[in-house]
Write a protein that binds this ligand. Sequence first.
Ligand SMILES: *Cc1c(COP(=O)(O)O)cnc(C)c1O
Length: 504
Amino acid sequence: MGSLINSDVTEGCDFKPLDPEEFRKQAHQMVDFIADYYQKIESYPVLSQVQPGYLHSRLPETPPDEPESFEKILKDIEKDIIPGITHWLSPNFFAFFPATVSTAAFVGEMLCTCFNSVGFNWLASPAATELEMVVMDWLANMLKLPQTFMFSGGGTAGGGGVIQNTTSEAVLVTLIAARDQLLDVIGVESICKLVVYGSDQTHSTFTKACKLAGIDACNIRSIPTTIESGFSLSPSIFRKVVEADVAAGLVPLYLCATVGTTSTTAVDPVDPLAKVANDYGIWIHVDAAYAGSACICPEFRHYLNGIDQVHSLSLSPHKWLLSYLDCCCLWVKDSSSLVRALNTQPEYLRNKPSESNEVVDYKDWQVGTGRRFKSLRLWLILRSYGVVNLQRHIRSDVNMAKMFEGFIRLDPRFELVVPRQFSLVCFRINPKSHYGSNYIDMLNRKLLEWINSTGRIYLTHTIVGGVYLLRFAVGATLCEERHVVAAWKLIKDGADALLKRSEE
Ligand SMILES: *Cc1c(COP(=O)(O)O)cnc(C)c1O
């Protein structure tokens, strides 16, 4: 706030929300607080043990009228907030997929917050737009994406990348681009004929995006997969489903293929699926939220074979490329379809560079208008670590998952439900006896409940093909081999106790 000289309103007021010296002091204190937190993170239960509503009773009904000291606030974070945290950064967090972080991304985030630039168009902060373009091309290079997905491959109307918040938005904006492009041809009244495709393993966000995009719920095809095919989408079944839709007078619009499904990291075969889809003019999006990051290593790149034939690809560095939440990278071949669908030109945003068509205005590539300078995080990651260390990081996680997979193989009471492909191990206890499948499910539920109640590690489950299984997702940034070894010992102890009890 500026000082209004001679104003009664400011009498006795010395309120400076951004005093650089005060900032320096508090921010240093906060950095120490954070470093201490990271150092002692293992001492907290991984899964928060509080009950619903715990915080309401601990905090006052109204905010303070007068300022409180920073020291007091820090104490309350320890006392009231930390107990309600599920510690995603704990090395003993093996649930869902990890949310990976790094010093480089953190300091990049500090800088992003520092500038607080609201880079909706090029002029609003040229560096914010241009660094994002550079970083998205760098990442595209690391993934060996074809030139058609890069800015360097063609200028502002062709291919390029953009940072979205999450996969949900990446799917939504590409779906809307595909929808409008097709409706331009067949007429907007045909919207109820549009059909979209995924498998029964496609992330739930796809259905949500379809709802938001006005796709008739009856026209969302969730094509069944099987355990025999590793839960990946079969191109021949996909073709049959599309043919039936066409025969029924419907219009195929969009396929969401997944590289690394959320339940089991199944991989839909991009190349043959794209061949089918392209026969019908279907927009193909590849959702590689988690596993896409692994494709920076040559030994995993083959999972993206056929990517030259798709329209868009997204992956989330907040899952596996150390970037902190949120950061979802989306590449499209034809950015003009996105821009046609999403651009707005209010008078107050008009400016010469935008009208020259020589610049990218990222507001036209996303849902919102305002956007943060998130490319700083990725830029710092890429520069501070180099491709070599990022590849090491992926491989180290995969190797730890392999080690865990080995433990499962050696214990006859356990089994792998599907082969491991990345750093997720899908397993269950199955003491091969006369027990029925309901009983086995129940044993696994009990085992999971017991494991998580100890607070020492955190795992989650899924059900695929009717099978209840436990997911061991390696890759929390602080995780080392010893944590995986200790986790396995805990799981074994749980199994010992459970099986002993069930035999009594
Ligand atoms: C995690 C996940 C999502 C959701 O991703 P966010 O970017 O975190 O919203 C979507 N699809 C797949 C395959 C995922 O694993």
